[in-house]
Ligand binder design. Structure first.
Ligand code: MGD
Ligand code: MGD
Ligand code: MO
Length: 741
């Protein structure tokens, strides 16, 4: 494909408009300076495309993009394993040999066991539309199909909450709307680090400068709280729902709720009221009750409740991280209930909560003109979307965090198939999906595994064949920003593929050729991108000129006024019911009631869980752990970039109250362990974390030594492979002990 050369200076430097395709919370336009097929400098968006609007600013991770693309450890050739699984001993082979082996194994597995014995394991490593993992899936589907997973590892808890309450996932406002608020509660949300849409911080800072009051609630004094210098209300992990329930109690006791809003738009508030007042179970959910659980003083809960209910409009921003926990969806459900109680839904400066924050511009990114894949293995199965009852979803698929158990137990364990072969594309499953030791064990006993990878990750080390993949700098594609948009990005290929690397799409093409499948290729690359844009209603509306889109690398969408979720449902409910069975905001959900499971209450509730402070296991493992996303990497991607390691060395956050009795000082070598595993990590003693809680940023590479101690300090060596009632991956509910090494 022709490479774009917009500007070429006298010294032979070309400036290429592109973006990375990381799953990073943003998707920022970049200007890559390229000389002699090497990226020598990375700049963010300039005024050429921003005009007199604000620039869409890239963060530290893309600023280090060239160090990742040109990293010395890139896998440049197809490889075959020559040592034990998991050790990373491989030798170079030809593409022919690699493709022969993969083709033969697919056929062999299919003939002997059926296509369902092939597991297609795809993750979020690449967010371009054309070249991604889906193409491997399509090819596998054409060859007979595969077994795969369901559930969004990021946000399934939040998705369940919004689907059960609103019946819709578009629950966000465009970020400019912060300026219309009078009070913003950042509840478990840290966009300075996790971005949550490029320039979210810019808009929060603007709000702050305009005098909007901002309060942050969470177990850490996080980057956003410190950047905005706002009040921090420390709360224990997994207890937010108790605090919200108590706020609801205060609001009702003081008759501060917007009863007219509740009557008109919601269903089941009375049942929730019975719960918070104690009529249901004899326990009134007072601030004192919540204080015991959360560690937040009762007076602070009471004052916050009154302030939130009497400031109009007020914006409660919950997120997905706290919902990646044992009862995570209840936190989002309860946050929504508070926004309904205060009539803040569908209005400028308010919020609908629900943790997803998406707006419908720059977000929905499917194109009806491009055929999707039909997986024969799933033919006749129930739709896995839309149902709140997770038991209906497991008929053909496996929950993302249960893949290890599926591999280990197969049909005998109730899983849909006995898996013999795994094809892993754009993910680091061992590292990222909970319980790394179990994941490693599970992959070791698979008959054959192929991994499409850029680097020798802990997962790739388990493969029999590794196929070398290009970075986004080596291919052209279109990408979408994270939910807040509103803009579209284009990746212009900046350099030729390194070594013998191919994109996942090109790998699928090559294998299709190898297998004699002629109808796989639909169009040449750029032609495909044009087709995609032409057939996508949303894109077409904004991308009027494809050539200019490509040339600029970005199309910015001008909004006349900020987008507000559910504006039309609130303005004209008769004609615009919510997409729930009742057409209302379901504070009580009959669909949840029908599921009839103790961890799926029909109204939002605080319930104690396994591995919280009330679990008997707390005696043995008296510390809770948070595992947020590191600011200097994207999950496990970029972890190996030395320049970024320097930005933020991997340390466990520990409060002096926990460190002192254990004789722990900053920079000490520590061991942290529970029944699932043991990691080595250095300490950072800080009051920025509540006592009784550690923070280990997820994403460093699992690296077990001969004794099984993970020297890479991977958070998921300690986490569990379980999911909540709503399907949320339980990655922030765990107990451990710590000591000096
Ligand atoms: N403890 C804990 N664990 C978590 C989370 C947490 O909060 N706590 N968060 C979870 C969340 S939200 C997510 S989204 C997941 C993410 O988990 P994963 O989806 O596994 O993401 P990465 O770890 O970034 O791994 C992506 C891999 O794709 C590779 N890659 C990049 N581009 C391409 C490409 O074009 N083709 C191919 N074949 N490979 C490519 C990269 O080299 C990298 O190894 O992690 C989850 N894990
Ligand atoms: N730098 C960076 N940014 C990223 C990513 C990345 O890997 N690196 N990944 C992107 C992806 S795919 C995703 S899904 C998003 C994820 O972004 P989030 O959904 O926000 O998840 P986390 O990054 O895990 O952050 C969770 C935050 O909640 C806090 N927290 C954890 N448990 C609790 C609790 O019980 N109560 C309260 N109140 N707070 C709690 C943590 O301290 C942390 O600040 O980030 C995106 N952005
Ligand atoms: Mo995610």
């Amino acid at each position: 494909m022709a490479m774009q050369e917009t500007i070429e200076s006298d010294d032979g430097v070309k400036i290429i408009r592109a973006t990375s395709a990381f799953d990073c919370g943003g998707r920022c336009p970049l200007r890559l300076h390229v000389k002699d097929n090497v990226i020598i400098k990375v700049e963010g968006e300039g005024n050429e495309t921003a005009g007199d609007d604000y620039q869409l600013r890239a963060c530290v991770r893309c600023r280090a993009y060239k160090h990742w693309v040109h990293h010395k450890d890139r896998i440049l050739y197809p490889m075959k394993r020559v040592g034990p699984k998991g050790k990373g001993e491989f030798e170079r082979i030809s593409w022919d040999e690699a493709l022969d082996t993969v083709a033969e194994k697919i056929k062999e597995t299919k003939d002997k066991y059926g296509s369902q014995a092939i597991f297609f394991l795809a993750g979020g490593g690449y967010h371009g539309n054309l070249h991604g993992a889906g193409q491997i899936g399509k090819l596998l589907a054409m060859m007979g199909g595969f077994t795969t997973d369901y559930g969004n590892i990021s946000s399934e808890g939040a998705v369940w909450a919004v689907m059960s309450t609103y019946g819709d996932v578009m629950v966000g406002h465009s970020r400019e709307d912060f300026l219309n608020s009078k009070l913003i509660l950042l509840w478990g949300w840290d966009p300075a680090r996790m971005i949550s849409g490029t320039n979210t911080m810019y808009h929060l800072i603007q709000a702050k400068e305009a005098g909007v009051k901002i309060i942050s609630i969470g177990p850490r004094y996080d980057d956003t709280t410190s950047t905005l210098e706002c009040e921090w209300i420390p709360v224990r992990p997994g207890t937010d729902t108790a605090m919200m329930v108590a706020m609801a109690n205060v609001i009702v006791k003081n008759n501060l709720q917007d009863q007219a809003f509740l009557d008109k738009y919601t269903l089941g508030f009375d049942k929730f009221k019975d719960y918070i007042l104690g009529d249901e179970d004899g326990i009134e959910k007072t601030p004192e009750w919540a204080s015991e659980i959360t560690g937040v003083p009762a007076e602070r809960i009471e004052a916050l409740a009154k302030e939130y209910a009497t400031t109009d409009p007020a914006c409660l921003m919950d997120c997905q991280g706290p919902a990646r926990s044992a009862m995570g969806e209840q936190y989002n459900r309860c946050a929504i209930t508070l926004t309904a109680m205060t009539g803040n839904i569908g209005k400028h400066g308010g919020s609908a909560a629900g943790g997803l924050m998406g707006i419908p511009v720059g977000h929905m990114f499917r194109s009806p003109g491009i055929p999707g894949m039909k997986n024969p293995v799933e033919a006749g199965g129930k739709s896995i979307r839309g149902t709140l009852d997770l038991r209906d979803r497991v008929i053909k698929r496996v929950h993302k965090v249960k893949i290890s158990d599926c591999l280990l137990e197969g049909k005998a364990g109730g899983y849909p198939a006995d898996i013999k072969m795994v094809w892993s594309v754009s993910n680091n499953y061992v590292n990222q999906y909970g319980n790394a030791n179990k994941a490693s064990k599970a992959l070791k006993q698979v008959d054959f595994m192929v991994s499409n990878e850029i680097f020798m990750t802990p997962t790739a080390k388990h493969a029999d064949i590794i196929l070398p993949v290009t970075t986004p700098a080596e291919k052209s594609d279109i990408t979408r920003p994270w939910p807040s948009g509103p803009y579209f990005t284009y990746i212009n290929q900046a350099i030729t593929p390194q070594g013998e690397c191919k994109s996942d799409l090109e790998i699928a093409y090559a294998l299709a050729d190898h297998l004699g499948i002629n109808d796989f290729k639909q169009a040449e690359n750029e032609e495909w991108l044009r087709l995609f844009v032409e057939n996508n209603e949303q894109l077409k509306e904004h991308v009027k000129d494809f050539d200019k889109y490509k040339e600029d690398g970005v199309v910015r969408v001008k909004l006349d006024k900020p987008i507000v979720a559910f504006q039309k449902e609130i303005a004209d409910p008769e004609n615009n019911p919510f997409k729930t069975p009742s057409g209302k905001i379901e504070i009580f959900s009959q669909r949840a009631a029908d599921i009839d499971l103790p961890n799926v209450p029909p109204i939002p509730k605080y319930l104690s869980t396994v591995e919280d402070r009330f679990d008997p296991l707390y005696e043995k493992y008296p510390l809770q752990v948070l595992t947020p996303h590191g600011r200097n990497r994207v999950h496990s991607t970029l972890t190996n970039v030395e320049e970024l390691q320097e930005v933020d060395p991997h340390r466990v956050w520990i409060n002096p109250i926990d460190a002192d009795p254990r004789g722990i000082k900053s920079e000490d070598d520590l061991f942290i362990w529970n029944d699932r595993g043991k990691i080595a990590i250095k300490a950072w003693v800080t009051e920025r974390i509540v006592p009784g809680v550690l923070c280990i940023f997820q994403g460093t590479w699992y690296d077990p030594d001969d004794e099984g101690i993970d020297r890479g300090g991977c958070a998921n060596t300690l986490t569990t492979d379980a999911y909540s009632g709503g399907g949320g991956a339980i990655l922030n509910t765990l107990l451990v002990e710590v000591a000096k090494a």
